[in-house]
Design a protein around this ligand. Structure first.
Ligand SMILES: Nc1ncnc2c1ncn2[C@@H]1O[C@H](COP(=O)(O)OP(=O)(O)OP(=O)(O)O)[C@@H](O)[C@H]1O
Ligand SMILES: [Mg+2]
Length: 438
């Protein structure tokens, strides 16, 4: 019965459009202008998606099955299908009225009146389907019927409200936000709005760390850490200042020596593998404090991130990074030192991406950034996560990190003291008191 959920959702979207049209009709009646481009694109959407796709699927899959299973369905379905058939003509009439109004023929009132009649008919149609047709379908259709109907409806790609449209919108948001000056920023979002995306289940274990220890002289900074990251997961490592988060990431990268334990990556014990070889295997880090090479150009900073990669793919990969962070493209020839803090963070992440990571290590990407830029950095992490990247995210900004993570670990003076899903840790009393200020 997945189809019924999709139909209901599409009805809700169409209802939102009907209400919007009513609202705009009110504005026009109050002296506003009729904008032909606006109405034209809404009519296009209704014609292509609602008439051409939503109604067509009902007519081809849901309604015929319903007619077959229930004799009493005929009356209501006859009415609904007649409305489906008339839909394109009604829209064509509206377009004609719109054109004549825009050309100064009829007054605006003639158009808004027709528009209101149209929105009323949309709402009445939705009501009839939901009150009469759908309950009957729930009652009489068999599992076999549903299998075919569901298949037809699952393949939906609403150009206005669908997943792809939402993804495009998010991408647009990144672009605008990355181009915005830090001092102005864009749309104040609170960290509380971050939600973990919908994803497939985690894959096999990519990184396994057992009993890891690391020392600075006689001071043991890591005291036997265990941690695991599965392919496709976003794992957050949170903890106070000096807990050992950075030491842990540096030990993973191989730039900080380990004194005990074992690191297994992609099925191989890499405990004794050199750091450059670890990068080659796909462990790429965006370091704490960004550490971009200030005098070098942005482009050259990115090239450095690709030093383990075949030359042939570098340009193409750089374009991918640029499409994610357009500001870097715009400033590609300038010294990295001229970038703002937020932009340098984007560059540091971009540089790590140039190594084609299998596991991306991010050390405090939000550190020292204005709140709006913090949100923007977390959006980037979310976008990477949505693309299927495996991420180990170290943060003092525990709430935001846990909110987007699949799982999290709490680190206290070199030992893991708690672990669980991001949501579990967020609702854990201890974590709330210690890290979330609640
Ligand atoms: N180069 C060093 N020499 C000596 N001790 C160090 C060095 N770097 C870190 N430490 C110590 O190791 C411990 C862990 O530090 P680390 O930087 O890994 O913590 P962190 O969790 O990343 O902290 P922060 O949130 O401040 O980044 C701390 O006690 C720190 O003082
Ligand atoms: Mg640190």
């Amino acid at each position: 019965m997945e189809a019924l959920r999709i139909i209901t959702e599409e009805h809700q979207n169409l209802w939102r459009i009907a209400i919007t049209l009513d609202q705009v009709a009110d504005d026009v009646d109050a002296g506003g202008k009729v904008d032909p481009a606006f109405f034209g694109s809404i009519f296009d959407y209704i014609e292509q998606f609602m008439d051409g796709c939503h109604h067509a699927k009902e007519d081809s899959y849901l309604f015929p099955a319903l007619r077959q299973r229930s004799a009493e369905a005929a009356a209501v379905l006859d009415r609904l299908q007649a409305e489906h058939r008339n839909g394109p003509q009604v829209l064509a009439d509206l377009r004609a009225k719109l054109a004549s109004t825009a050309a100064g023929g009829d007054g605006n009132a003639a158009f808004t009146e027709a528009l209101r009649i149209y929105t009323q008919s949309i709402k009445a149609h939705i009501r009839t389907e939901e009150k009469d047709a759908m309950p009957l379908a729930r009652e009489v259709l068999t599992a076999d019927d549903w299998a075919g109907i569901d298949r037809a409806f699952l393949d939906n790609n609403d150009p206005l409200f669908g997943d792809q449209a939402a993804a495009e919108f998010r991408q647009l948001f990144h672009r605008i936000a990355s181009l915005a000056p830090e001092s102005i920023g864009l749309g104040a979002h609170s960290a509380g709005e971050l939600e973990p995306g919908v994803r497939k289940g985690p894959g096999e274990v990519l990184l396994k760390v057992e009993g890891l220890e690391s020392c600075y002289g006689r001071i043991k900074a890591l005291k036997g850490m265990d941690l695991e990251v599965r392919r496709g997961e976003t794992v957050a490592l949170v903890g106070a200042n000096g807990a050992g988060k950075t030491t842990f990431l540096r030990t993973l990268s191989g730039v900080q020596p380990m004194s005990a334990g074992r690191i297994t990556f992609d099925g191989e014990d890499i405990s004794a593998v050199r750091s450059d070889q670890r990068v080659r295997r796909g462990i790429c880090q965006s370091p704490e404090g960004r550490q971009v090479f200030g005098p070098l150009s942005i482009e050259d900073n990115l090239r450095l991130g690709a030093y383990t990669q075949p030359k042939g793919q570098v340009e193409e990969d750089m374009e991918k990074v640029f499409s994610m962070f357009p500001i870097l493209k715009e400033k590609r020839a300038l010294p990295a030192g001229t970038l703002s803090g937020g932009q340098q963070q984007m560059l540091a992440i971009g540089r790590a991406l140039m190594g084609r990571p299998k596991l991306l290590l991010l050390d405090e990407p939000s550190m020292g950034l204005a709140p709006l830029l913090v949100q923007e950095v977390f959006n980037v992490v979310k976008a990477l996560k949505a693309q299927g990247m495996t991420i180990l995210l170290v943060e003092q900004n525990a709430f935001a990190a846990l909110a987007i993570a699949d799982r999290g670990y709490v680190l206290e003076t070199g030992s893991v003291t708690l672990t669980g899903t991001g949501q579990e840790l967020i609702s854990n009393e201890q974590v709330r008191a210690a890290y979330l200020g609640m």
